[in-house]
Design a protein around this ligand. Sequence first.
Ligand SMILES: Cc1ncc(COP(=O)(O)O)c(C=O)c1O
Length: 452
Amino acid sequence: MSPLWFPYAQMQTMPPPLNIKSAQGVKLKTENGRELIDAISSWWCVIHGYNHPKINAAIDKQLKKFAHIMLGGLTHNAAEKLAEELVRITPKGLDYVFFADSGSVGMEVAMKMAVQYWKNNSSKDGTVKKYRFASLYKGYHGDTTGVMSISDPKEGMHHLFKGYLPWQYFINPPIGFTDLAGCNASLNKMENLFKMHAEEIAAFVCEPLLQGAGGFNFYPPEFLRGIRELCNKYNVLWIADEVATGFGRTGNMFAVEQAAKGKTKIIPDIMVLGKGLTAGYLGLSATLATEKIYNSFLGNAYEKAFMHGPTFMGNALACSAALASIQIFERENYLEKIAKINKILTDELLNFKAKGVKECRVLGACGVIETENESDHNGIQEFAAKRGVWLRPFLKVVYTTPPYIITESELRKVCKTMKDFFIQKETSKTESRFRKTETFRGDGEPILNKKR
Ligand SMILES: Cc1ncc(COP(=O)(O)O)c(C=O)c1O
């Protein structure tokens, strides 16, 4: 028995995981020599594929100087340069960068920043009431305590941690990229919430356009415009969680860019990046803030300073990987590659129909088959692996978020494999031949990869 404890898995029943010996480009190679196209970019982060020579070289070069130094009282060129680069490439107005080591912690940083912002701005009597958050059902922001509390209450399994998690406010998101009626309804709900409770809400938090681990719901850019207006009107900060959407996944470098109307840009007060930031090489997140936020932490009083400082923040190897990744993204025109991926996904998936398939949808470099029931995709992971494709379905979604370097034929193979599973199920009764990779939720309900 291996002592290794795996995520989101019932260790008693988990089938043996595939042991990966090497990885190159979009392909993972198992110890048995089997090659798998990684159709989900190792949880949506390996945007340039594995073992990229330029990122390897950048890390190597940094390693010869040092791997890590603390940012407490010291600094280094890679962190300084990366902060500058992130300010340059993100929407104008996000001018300050705080590094941490994962998306979850980057989001915790954002939440603490919002709470402390209001505290720093509060009147002398120090009565601070803004310490709650509002967010969206179907959202996912990570697995640490604060961000669990703002993730979807059901999928985030709030019942398991009842009494431990703080409670927060939730509203329903629009369902679908063109759901304008839902968009208006959600904004009305949000306005009602703010009318009643804005004085205790520090910030509204959402994943812009694409709610990933909560079930790959897309919603219209108009919703982001509405959020910005309501947050301004009711004095609530807006935190955009671009951990999954940042670096091209929705078709633009950052999803919030799609909400721009003419010359009017829609800028969150705080924006968080992770995952693709280092192209999946090393743990790193960046929490970016506007001048308004940053300035509120200035003053003579030490307590006004931002009270956070993870050991590995701004790790030099991670920053070097991120700098190389941004350079590759821009020099090799990745937005064009993403547009091509989008075309192929649209062509392959959008009109796909089969028994058990509720809907197919595509946004940017992200293609989703939503099933009627969670059990409708039982067995697809093994089915795909046998055909050389690595998938990880969860909830009711089978999806691909491929590395952007994927070739047309590789991507068509991924899509064909996803579709073939449902087609062969229709034409034969082979479903039971495939082992169910069941895990069990705390309440005993059998599930298949409940979480991402
Ligand atoms: C939108 C979003 N925010 C935050 C996180 C948490 O990031 P990490 O897993 O690096 O802690 C994730 C991870 O899937 C995510 O999708």
